[in-house]
Design a protein around this ligand. Sequence first.
Ligand SMILES: NC(=O)c1ccc[n+]([C@@H]2O[C@H](COP(=O)([O-])OP(=O)(O)OC[C@H]3O[C@@H](n4cnc5c(N)ncnc54)[C@H](O)[C@@H]3O)[C@@H](O)[C@H]2O)c1
Length: 336
Amino acid sequence: MGSNGAGTKILLLGKIDHAQKTWDALSDVGELVKTGASNRTEFLQECREGKYDGVVAIYRTFHSISITGLIDEELVNALPSSLKYMAHCGAGYDMIDVHACTARNPPIRVSNVPTAVDDATADVNIFLILGALRNFNGGMHSLREGKFIGQTPVGHDPRGKVLGILGMGGIGRNLKKKAEAFGMKVIYHNRRQLSEELSGGAQYVTFDELLATSDVLSLNLPLNKNTRHIISKAEFAKMKDGVVVVNTARGAVMDEAALVEALDSGKVFSAGLDVFEEEPKIHPGLMNNHNVILVPHMGTWTVETMTSMEVWAIDNIRQALETGKLKSPVPEQADM
Ligand SMILES: NC(=O)c1ccc[n+]([C@@H]2O[C@H](COP(=O)([O-])OP(=O)(O)OC[C@H]3O[C@@H](n4cnc5c(N)ncnc54)[C@H](O)[C@@H]3O)[C@@H](O)[C@H]2O)c1
C-alpha cells in the first residue's frame, strides 16, 4: 500500500479494455473495487447505503454512462464524502457537471485525457473531409447496390480549399498539419487567439469570418452550455453556398435538424459526422442522405490510442494518490 495507507479504495466505473496490467499495478496505492450496479437507480442506492465509503478515486469510461447516467448534481452529492478524484478516460467530459464537482464539500477534482486522442481523432477528421468532398459514401453505396458509380455526383479536391477550424485545441492543431499536407489553407476561431508558435501560422479570424469564408468547416470544440448548438440555422445562413461541414467533437455543438435542412436545400454540399446529437440515434434526414458520410463515434477507436488513453487516465489516479495532484486536471479546475 502506498502513501495513502490502508483503507484507500479506487472504484472502476466501466471496463479496462487494453491497459489491464497498468490498472492492476494501481493496487499498490489503493484497493481496486468495482460496482455491482447495472443502472443509475441501483448505483445511487448503493452510494446512499455507504457501499463506496472509503473510495478516494473513481476511474470512469465514456460508456459507464449506462450505469450511472450523467454525473450531475444529484449524483455528485450522493458520491461518498471520501471521494477526491474522478479520472475520466476521454477528452470530452461533457457528461460530468464539473461545477457541481467543484462546489461539493469536499470538492471532487476531475481529470480528462487530452493529447493522447489527437492523432486518431484528427485522422477521422481527414477521412470525413475527404469522404464528404469526394462523395465517397454515395459511390460506395451505389457500388453495393450493383450500379457501380451510378449517379454519384462529381466531387471536389481539398487542394486550395479553405478549412475553417472551430476550436483550435489539441485535435484542431493536429488536423491543421494534416490538412495542409492535402493543400488546404487553414484558418481558425478559438475562445482565445493562440500564439504564433501554437497556431503554426494559421490565420485567426472572428466566428462570423470563419462561417463566411470556410469551404470546409470542422467542429473541434468541447460541448458545454456555451457551445450547445453553436452551429444552428442562423450560422448556416452565414456560410458559403456548397460548404462542407465535419464534426468529430460532440453532436450537440450543432443543431442536427438545422443541418438536415441546410443539406436538403443544397446550402451544405455534404457533411462528415462521427458524433450525433442523440447517440446512438441518427436523424432520419442524415440516415437517408447518401451524400453524407457517417461514422459511429470511432474517433479514438484504435488499439494504440485506446491503450494510451487508459494508461493516461490510470496515471491521473496514480499521480493524484501519490502527490495530491492530478496529471491533467480539466481546464475549469486548473487553478484548484
Ligand atoms: N469523436 C471522438 O471520438 C472524440 C475524441 C476526442 C475528443 N472528442 C471531442 O473533441 C473535443 C475537442 O478535443 P480536444 O482534445 O482538441 O480539446 P481541447 O480542449 O484541446 O481543445 C478545445 C478547444 O476549443 C476551444 N473552445 C472552447 N470553447 C470555444 C468556443 N466557444 N469557441 C471557440 N473555441 C472554443 C478551446 O479554447 C480549445 O482550444 C473534445 O471536447 C471532445 O468532445 C471527440
